[in-house]
Design a protein around this ligand. Structure first.
Ligand code: S3P
Length: 451
């Protein structure tokens, strides 16, 4: 069965999370979104067959699968989360516009990969993606010799013309695994050795997975940070990829259990890559009862089963240097912080303003609508927890998500433990990263209904 482009899961127009009883049970984490995009892109670049297990079947990942077909790969779905990808050993010119949907990761990594070939491709996405900065990827690709045309400000739609690349040494101006990955993927086709220097280490799934596809990647820690080198002209060979469970999705389930009295939830098969686990460290600093069992290796990553039991949390100062290892988890951390005793101070978050939405602004607005005290800063958020004053979080807000999946899931989570139900608009976007969220939460004992 061929994989089709953007099958939107049917969702009601809005959702409401009702306060209720305890959450209990054991569930498996859905496949990691970052690994899923990379498995498809590397499989399409490779020669021979790649078999993927545990793939996240979400709208974002489906868009990347469709893009890989447009660039010449053959993709067959052989079971739930199981795909067979046969790469053409390179990208051919697509005959239609590449629509990356809501996915910044898909758009940026695919542009990097496509830049290596003497082809033109036009990229677009949904309204959120068309508003996000692409210059951060286009600037290094241009230094390597790619050319592009697009809107003022470097926003999608953009037409990219690749081929004839030369290697560069590129210190990342902002900590971004997407930009690092785009440069490394372009570097595979460049003449010479491409080098990316990151002052703060970002998630390293591209480096790990490239090695699994037979590519030599050199990683060393130097005085300026982590230095990643890849020699151009290396051919990828199809591989078997097992996608670990997504810690960013598991985060909602675990925080829901921590803040809902009497709860105990275990999430199995959660990826424990230290560049992704900053939220778990922070929750433990806050006094969370989180235990990790059954640690093992799977698909080049350490995974484990995490159990969360409802806990009396205390506000903390989150070290700004930890942001990079939990950048997608600040919305759900802000929810946990609302239930903690005292303030939680989150700083160093400029990148949060350019995610699927301006997440600092939307969390501040939604928490205020739910009666939570806070202070918004240009690059941070201070949330004043209510538990110390023996007050529950009020809830009762109608939350605007601006189509951001993580904002929607965060406020639904808040709704279970608040005094009044919480409503979110545009819940269909949850399917970009976690299509089973509502059913899974309700299976654990939550009550999320349409409104
Ligand atoms: C991702 C990197 C991060 C993260 C995103 C996934 C990736 O973005 O927010 O959800 O898979 O490389 P940045 O690279 O923009 O920080």
């Amino acid at each position: 069965m061929p994989v089709t482009a953007t099958t939107k899961s049917a969702q009601p127009p809005g959702l409401v999370a009702h306060p209720g009883g305890a959450l209990r049970g054991t569930v498996a984490a859905p496949g990691d979104k970052s690994m899923s995009h990379r498995a498809l892109i590397l499989g399409a670049l490779a020669t021979g067959e790649t078999s993927i297990a545990g793939l996240l079947e979400s709208d974002d990942v489906n868009a990347t699968a469709a893009a890989m077909q447009a660039f010449g790969a053959s993709i067959e779905r052989v079971g739930k989360g199981r795909l067979r990808v046969v790469g053409a050993g390179g990208f051919r010119e697509p005959d239609a516009v590449i629509d990356c949907g809501n996915a910044g990761t898909g758009a940026r990594l695919i542009m990097g990969a496509a830049a290596g070939f003497a082809i033109s491709a036009t990229f677009t996405g949904d309204a959120s993606l068309r508003g996000r900065p692409m210059r951060r990827v286009l600037a290094p690709l241009e230094l390597m010799g790619a050319r592009w045309m697009g809107r003022v400000g470097g926003r999608l739609p953009i037409t990219l013309r690749g081929g004839g690349l030369r290697a560069i040494t590129y210190p990342l101006p902002e900590p971004s695994a997407q930009v690092k990955s785009a440069v490394l993927l372009a570097g595979l086709q460049a003449s010479g050795e491409t080098c990316v220097i990151e002052a703060q280490s970002t998630r390293d799934h591209t480096e790990r997975m490239l090695r699994a596809f037979g590519v030599g990647v050199d990683v060393a820690d130097g005085s300026a940070g982590r230095v990643i080198r890849v020699m151009g002209g290396q051919q990828l060979t199809g591989a078997a990829v097992s996608v670990a469970g997504d810690p960013s999705s598991a985060a909602f389930l675990l925080v829901a259990a921590l803040i809902t009295p009497g709860s105990e939830v275990t999430v199995r098969n959660v990826m424990l890559n230290p560049l992704r686990t900053g939220l778990f460290d922070t929750l433990i600093d806050m006094g969370a009862d989180l235990t990790i069992a059954n640690q093992r290796q799977s698909g080049g990553e350490t995974v484990g089963d995490i159990t969360a039991r409802s806990s009396a949390l205390t506000g903390v100062v989150v070290p700004p240097e930890r942001a990079v290892s939990m950048i997608d988890e600040y919305p759900i951390l802000a929810v946990a912080a609302a239930f903690a005793r005292g303030p939680t101070i989150m700083r160093g978050l400029s990148e949060l303003r350019v995610k699927e939405s301006d997440r600092i602004a939307l969390m501040a607005a939604g928490l205020t609508a739910c009666g939570v005290g806070l202070e918004e800063e240009p690059e941070g958020l201070i949330v004043v927890g209510t538990a110390g004053a023996n007050h529950l979080v009020c809830g009762g807000g109608a939350v605007t998500t601006h189509g951001d999946h993580r904002i929607a899931m965060s406020f639904l989570t808040l709704g279970f433990a608040a005094r009044e139900p919480v409503r979110v608009d545009e819940p269909g976007m949850i399917a970009t990263s976690f299509p089973g969220f509502v059913a899974l939460m309700n299976g654990l004992g939550a009550r999320i209904t349409a409104h």
